[in-house]
Design a protein around this ligand. Sequence first.
Ligand SMILES: Cc1cc2nc3c(=O)[nH]c(=O)nc-3n(C[C@H](O)[C@H](O)[C@H](O)COP(=O)(O)O)c2cc1C
Length: 439
Amino acid sequence: MTRRMHLNLFIQSRGHHEASWRHPASSPLALTDIRYYQDLARRAEAGLFDSIFLADQLAMGEDGAAAGRTWLEPITVLAALSVSTTRIGLIATASTTYTEPFNLARQFASIDHMSGGRVGWNIVTSWAAAAARNYGGDGQVSHADRYARGEEFMTVVKALWDSWADDAIVDDRAKGLYARADRIRSVNHRGEHYKVAGPLNMPRGPQGRPVFVQAGSSDTGRRFAARHAEAIFTAQMEKATAQAFYADLKALVVAEGRPLDQALILPGLSPLIAPTEAEARRMAHELNDLTDPEIGRKRLSGRFGGHDFSHLPLDKPLSVEDFPDPGTVEAARSRTEVIVGLVRRETPTLRQLLAYLAGARGHYVTAGTPEQIADLMVEWFKDAAADGFNVMPPLLPSMLDVFVAEVIPILQRRGLFRTAYEGQTLRDHYGLARPASAF
Ligand SMILES: Cc1cc2nc3c(=O)[nH]c(=O)nc-3n(C[C@H](O)[C@H](O)[C@H](O)COP(=O)(O)O)c2cc1C
């Protein structure tokens, strides 16, 4: 069978550009209005996207007053989207550091039932230091501790999702038998971080368990992804690093004894699309003119775990020495490597760096015609840099609409993207096996 591209729509704010929320072409709806998310999910479904995805941070962030964020709690939003769409996959972020496995297993199993098997879970350990202070801690939980807790968390939730056999429910009114007790069993997990008796108080979902999505890119993060993830998001600034990441992760997946095609790699792509290249570049400038470098500076500090960049002039070329060593960063370590790598290669000024990060926070940003965007996607797909893309439109819904109307048909004509949904579940769309029950 021909290998096909997979597309996820990453919904954030009124688009991924930092200034999207105040751009006249972005949605007029409030970011707390569920109709905004319903509308986007329907547009993505009309474009035959595999899935939509919502990120989540468990703290307000220092730039709240100056930034239009996606505020609603993502699992709650998925509940609404599960009844306003019928085919598209629905992926929400939830944290292994700041939630209990039993809560999380119930919530995702519920959405899987409600959506007819379309749920995915973006597994995060929550890198933002501010999150700890909302959950009884004083400061950052270390990178190593977060991943160690995350491993045990996975053991518990997998056991919970397997605590009912697929045939446990009988629902026989005449015999008075609802479920077979011998097909439901306890979990009895007692580990370093969690004690969970189980079973889950809910039957197994249509997909067995949610599709596991993950985006860790540090060494520890990659090993975690290779063990668990079925779709892997990643931020890459150029094709060469994306290829290296792809090769490394696929090798780790094989080393874990898993089939290559059961772990899809989806780099972020934020395309500004216009009928001519000149017009696309003009739009990029227009958006950049709406950004405030001082907000960018605060965000950069958050990425580096609160490091102080206030003394750096905006217009002097940066050097690697202006940044802490990524290996010492306890926040999102791999993203700091991406940023320091860019500084090493291109020695931008702080203003130039912040303008680049304003586009999509370190994901690949490009501006061009529909043909140019499609060519780039095909090149990455064919050259083993991607199994598809995490599409991050800079402006919503306008740049999603152009992508669906202009770019997707090109991919379809080249036989690289579906022309109709072929299955019902998110596992069907991504070509992922349904996990066998542990029974
Ligand atoms: C597309 C994408 C989406 C992400 N979404 C979230 C999120 O919603 N919440 C979060 O805490 N981290 C999120 N992350 C961060 C990752 O979970 C991870 O912490 C980060 O990539 C750094 O990985 P590392 O800690 O292994 O270096 C996201 C990363 C990517 C690439």
